[in-house]
Design a binder for this molecule. Structure first.
Ligand code: HEM
Ligand code: HEM
Length: 190
């Protein structure tokens, strides 16, 4: 599979970013939900430490992904899509990119406002962005929660849209984001 995206297909790097970040985002929801159910203690803190490390990984990957995207524009959408569908697809993708930054940033700021350190898998510690501030912590915590709910909603719509393209419209929108699919098949189904 070519490294770079082509006019008809996402390349290996864009696909790797997409699926790695998608898997990490799912992991983030699982870890946060598990931690939420636990009383304060070592187990909860360990889960949240993992959540913070993966979350900061998402931030770094999102920066690299956007830089890669600037040099590698995505394939064009199928001609059959209406102007409204195109606008929705574009709005969803922009919202995802904003959230892939906003989620980690609000998490990082929230931890800073409590003066809790944010370690990256125990290898190094990220600096605190702001000083201890309970009011800021409450605001950032509720923002982080609200953004998570928005992210979840958009992700569900995004997955439903991908399935609609594949099973209803029968175009190549899902196939061209999948590795191990013969590119000839993906091309011929444009
Ligand atoms: C893509 C990245 C991230 C996603 C999708 C995400 C998602 C979530 C979700 C769903 C929750 C549970 C919210 C609830 O209680 O309903 C949560 C809580 C939390 N997140 Fe994140 N998060 C991300 C990144 C981060 C980062 C980078 C940090 C810190 C550096 C962080 C720190 C926290 C903390 C401390 C909580 C618990 C807040 C509390 O006490 O209720 N998150 N996150
Ligand atoms: C929470 C997890 C996910 C996130 C954050 C996410 C994010 C994104 C983003 C930002 C794009 C735009 C890529 C670009 O052009 O730069 C994209 C495209 C795409 N995603 Fe996802 N995605 C997720 C999960 C999924 C899943 C589970 C599926 C499959 C069912 C999927 C299928 C697709 C497809 C087919 C495209 C290409 C759309 C096109 O050609 O315009 N995504 N995704």
């Amino acid at each position: 599979m070519p490294i770079q995206s082509s006019p008809t297909r996402y390349g290996a790097v864009a696909q790797a970013f997409h699926w790695l970040i998608a898997a990490l985002v799912v992991t983030q929801f699982v870890l946060a939900t598990l931690a939420d159910d636990l009383p304060i203690g070592a187990h909860k803190l360990a889960l949240l430490a993992r959540h913070k490390s993966f979350g900061m990984t998402v931030l770094m990957l999102a920066i690299l992904r956007l830089l890669w995207r600037l040099k590698n524009p995505p394939p064009a959408l199928p001609d059959q899509m209406s102007p409204l569908e195109r606008k929705l697809a574009r709005a969803t993708h922009i919202a995802f990119y904003v959230l892939l930054f906003a989620m980690p940033m609000t998490g990082w700021l929230m931890s800073s406002a409590k003066n809790y350190s944010v370690s990256w898998f125990g290898l190094f510690t990220w600096p605190n962005l702001i000083g201890k501030n309970e009011t800021a912590f409450d605001l950032l915590r509720s923002t982080h929660d609200t953004l998570a709910a928005i992210l979840l909603t958009i992700a569900i719509l995004h997955i439903l849209a991908a399935l609609k393209h594949h099973f209803w419209n029968k175009d190549n929108v899902l196939l061209r984001m999948l590795p191990l699919i013969k590119s000839e098949k993906a091309k011929s189904e444009k």
